[in-house]
Structure formats: structure tokens, C-alpha cells
Ligand binder design. Structure first.
Ligand code: 2DT
Length: 212
């Protein structure tokens, strides 16, 4: 593989931490410096699988817990050829949620173990960096009410946060925790500088395999 592949950078975090805003700003900033960068988000609600997920999230359909988990995972796998192609072409991919949300949300449900939930995502392209945007429950509440989609309630979000903390103990993944309780611009500056450092180190490394 030619030297200078793109970096795979994932933003994870609790609801209302600003993941989507920050992904967009990072892509814009990179493009303004003449870099090739694109944003992806999971779930990708545009594919056929994504539409099943969308209908589940909007509570228009019900799916058994393992089934929806596998659909979320399949929704990532269907993008893998594109992800690899872009990275190999030198495009940086900035991703709003990935397998970590997959495991944190599903394993917060009764009877769903973290190990079982990780399995379908084993071998996905491994992010070069996972930035976890941390936000206190008080600050999250200050930022407004939850929406009406499935999972948008305080008790479930607390359980999800606990699963994220558990996942972050795994040193095989390059996690960096960022305090999201500050202005959009300050947060952006930090995310940009951490991402740029990763881009330099990832450039000449092969794409890794997640949880393998
Ligand atoms: P957005 O609000 O970011 O569109 O997320 N989720 C997400 C899962 O349960 N499993 C997954 O694999 C992913 C990627 C998190 C929609 C909701 O979907 C949840 C919130």
C-alpha cells in the first residue's frame, strides 16, 4: 500500500455532547487546509438496512434485541469496502458513532452481554483514534430535553455511559477522552489538534482490524 493513507477517526460520546457538530467542523477544517476528508455516520439511515433501523429508532417498528443489534452491525459492514477504498486513496474519514455505540447501546439492555455484542463487529476497520466526548449529566440536562426516539431517556443513557466506560478500559483501542463541557470552538480546536497528530502516525500504517 502506498504511504499516506487516510486516517479513520471516530467520535463517540453521550447524547448532546456535540458529536455531529464536531464531525462536520473537523471535516470542513481539514478540507480548508487542502486535505481530503469526508464524514460518515452510523447508523447510515439511507441504505435498505438503514431504513429498517430508522423505523425501529422512530418506534414505527419493533425488533427483537439481538436482531436490531445485528442490523446495526450489518449497516457498518456494508460500508467496509467504501471505507477501505477511501482510506487507501488518502481520504480521512471522520465518523459519527461506530461499533462502540453499537455495543454500548445494545449491552445496556437486559440479557445482552458485552462479549456477545462485540462479536459481529470483530474485524471491522479499526479506528486510528476514538475520541470520546464526555459530558456530565448536569451539563447534558442544561443542553435541553431528550428527543422522542428510542433510547432517549435518562436511565437508559446512564446505563449506556457505564458500558462506554467499560469499553474504554480496552487498551487495544486508541481512546482519548475529551471534556465536551466547553464552547464549540474550544472543543473543535482540541479535536483538530488530536486528529492531526493521529493522521501523521496513521499515514504509513496498515489499516487495523477491530477487536482482533
Ligand atoms: P443518532 O442519534 O446518532 O442517529 O443515533 N445506536 C447507534 C445503536 O443502538 N447501535 C449502533 O450500532 C449505533 C451506531 C445510538 C441513533 C441511535 O442509535 C443508537 C442512538
Amino acid at each position: 500500500m502506498a504511504c499516506r493513507r487516510g486516517a479513520l477517526i471516530v467520535l463517540e460520546g453521550v447524547d448532546r455532547a456535540g458529536k455531529t457538530t464536531q464531525c462536520k467542523k473537523l471535516v470542513q477544517a481539514l478540507q480548508q487546509c487542502g486535505q481530503r476528508a469526508e464524514m460518515l455516520r452510523f447508523p447510515d439511515r439511507n441504505t435498505e438496512i438503514g431504513q429498517l433501523i430508522n423505523s425501529y429508532l422512530e418506534k414505527k417498528s419493533n425488533l427483537e434485541d439481538h436482531t436490531i443489534h445485528l442490523l446495526f452491525s450489518a449497516n457498518r459492514w456494508e460500508q467496509v469496502p467504501l471505507i477501505k477504498e477511501k482510506l487507501e486513496q488518502g481520504v480521512h474519514l471522520i465518523v459519527d458513532r461506530y461499533a462502540f455505540s453499537g455495543v454500548a447501546f445494545s449491552s445496556a439492555k437486559p440479557g445482552m452481554s458485552v462479549d456477545w455484542c462485540k462479536f459481529p463487529d470483530v474485524g471491522l476497520p479499526k479506528p486510528d483514534l476514538v475520541l470520546f466526548l464526555q459530558l456530565s449529566p448536569t451539563e447534558a440536562a442544561r443542553r435541553g430535553q431528550f428527543g422522542v426516539e428510542r433510547y432517549e431517556n435518562t436511565d437508559f443513557q446512564k446505563a449506556v455511559e457505564a458500558r462506554f466506560q467499560q469499553l474504554m478500559m480496552d487498551r487495544s483501542v486508541n481512546w482519548e477522552v475529551i471534556d465536551a463541557c466547553r464552547s464549540v470552538e474550544d472543543l473543535h480546536k482540541e479535536i483538530k489538534s488530536r486528529s492531526k497528530a493521529t493522521m501523521d502516525t496513521a499515514a504509513c500504517q496498515p489499516i487495523g482490524e477491530l477487536w482482533k
